[in-house]
Design a protein around this ligand. Structure first.
Ligand code: G
Ligand code: G
Ligand code: MN
Ligand code: NA
Length: 250
C-alpha cells in the first residue's frame, strides 16, 4: 500500500514531529506534564493526524521504529524543560510484543539524561487482551526502570477492575467521552466520581481528558480529580512553544 511505503520512508526522512498538550495539576495549579502527540509532515499533504496512520503503522509493525523514535525524541525534548515538568508518551500494544522494550526505555532515559520519574508511559486497556503474564512482567520491568505508568482512555475499551487490582498504575486517564457528559447526565457524573474515588483508594492519580470549560474543572476538582487536560488549557502545541507556555502560567 502507498501509505505503508510512505510511512516507511517517513522515518528515514525525518518527517515526524512531536506536538505537546499540557496536563494541569489541580493541587499545585500549574502544568505538571505534557503529553507527546505525533504528527506526520507528509510531503504534499501537510500535517497528518495520528488517527490516519497509527492503525496502519500497527498493522505493519512500523509502529515499533516509530514508537522508538517518539520515545527518544520525547525524552530528549523533555530534558530541556524545568525539572518539575514530566512528559507522557503513548505506547501501542504492538510495542509490548517486541522484546527489549525495557532496554529501549532505559536507553532513551540514559541518552537524554531525563530523570526516569519524569517519564510517564501511557498504555490502553487493549493491552490486557494479550496474554497477561508477559504484559504484567513488562509493565513491572518498566516501573523498575523508574518510569510511571498511566492507563489511558479509561472506560472506553475492555474495562475490567481486575487489572486495577493486579497492577499498580500511577495514574488513570478518564476518557474524554465521560467528561463530555459530566455536566449533562447524572450517570456520567456518578461514573466519574466513582473512578476518581476508586483511583484515590488505590493511590493512583486521575487525569480528566478533553476538558473544554471551567465548569467541568470545578466539578472535577470537587470529585478529587488530580489533573486535567484539554482544549480549555491548550491544544497540542509544537515543541518550541512548551517552555513559553510553562512560563506564562507560572
Ligand atoms: O492529538 P491527537 O489527534 O493527536 O491523537 C490522536 C490519537 O493518536 C490519540 O488516541 C493518541 O493516543 C494517539 N497517538 C498520538 N501520538 C501517538 C504516539 O506517539 N504513539 C501512539 N501509539 N499513539 C499516539
Ligand atoms: O492519547 P489520547 O487518546 O488521549 O489522545 C488525545 C486526543 O484527544 C488527541 O487527538 C487530542 O488532540 C484530543 N483532545 C485533547 N483535548 C481535547 C479536548 O479538549 N477536546 C477534544 N474534542 N479533543 C481533545
Ligand atoms: Mn494518551
Ligand atoms: Na486518551
Amino acid at each position: 500500500r502507498a501509505i505503508e511505503m510512505a510511512l516507511h520512508d517517513a522515518i528515514a526522512n525525518g518527517e515526524f514531529e512531536l506536538y505537546f498538550q499540557p496536563l494541569f495539576d489541580l493541587k499545585s495549579n500549574r502544568f505538571s506534564a505534557f503529553e507527546a502527540l505525533i504528527r506526520w509532515n507528509r510531503p504534499g499533504q501537510g500535517l497528518v493526524s495520528p488517527q490516519d496512520f497509527i492503525g496502519v503503522a500497527e498493522e505493519t509493525g512500523l509502529i515499533v521504529p516509530i514508537g522508538e523514535w517518539v520515545l527518544k525524541e520525547a525524552c530528549r525534548i523533555a530534558a530541556t524543560w524545568p525539572a518539575d515538568v514530566s512528559v507522557a508518551v503513548n505506547f501501542s500494544t504492538v510495542q509490548f510484543e517486541t522484546p527489549g522494550l525495557k532496554n529501549q526505555v532505559f536507553q532513551a532515559l540514559a541518552t537524554s539524561g531525563l530523570a526516569p520519574s519524569r517519564l510517564e508511559i501511557e498504555i490502553t486497556e487493549s493491552l490486557f487482551l494479550e496474554s497477561s503474564g508477559q504484559v504484567l512482567e513488562t509493565l513491572h520491568s518498566l516501573k523498575q526502570v523508574g518510569a510511571r505508568i498511566a492507563l489511558d482512555d479509561f472506560g472506553t475499551g475492555f474495562s475490567s477492575l481486575s487489572y486495577l487490582r493486579r497492577f499498580p498504575f500511577d495514574k488513570i486517564k478518564i476518557d474524554r467521552s465521560f467528561i463530555m457528559e459530566l455536566l449533562k447526565t447524572r450517570e456520567a457524573n456518578a461514573v466519574v466520581k466513582a473512578i476518581t474515588d476508586l483511583a484515590a483508594a488505590l493511590n493512583m492519580e486521575t487525569t480528566a481528558e478533553g476538558v473544554e470549560d471551567a465548569e467541568q474543572v470545578e466539578a472535577l476538582r470537587a470529585h478529587g480529580c488530580t489533573n486535567v487536560q484539554g482544549f480549555l488549557f491548550s491544544r497540542p502545541i509544537p515543541a518550541g512553544e512548551v517552555v513559553a507556555l510553562i512560563q506564562a502560567c507560572a
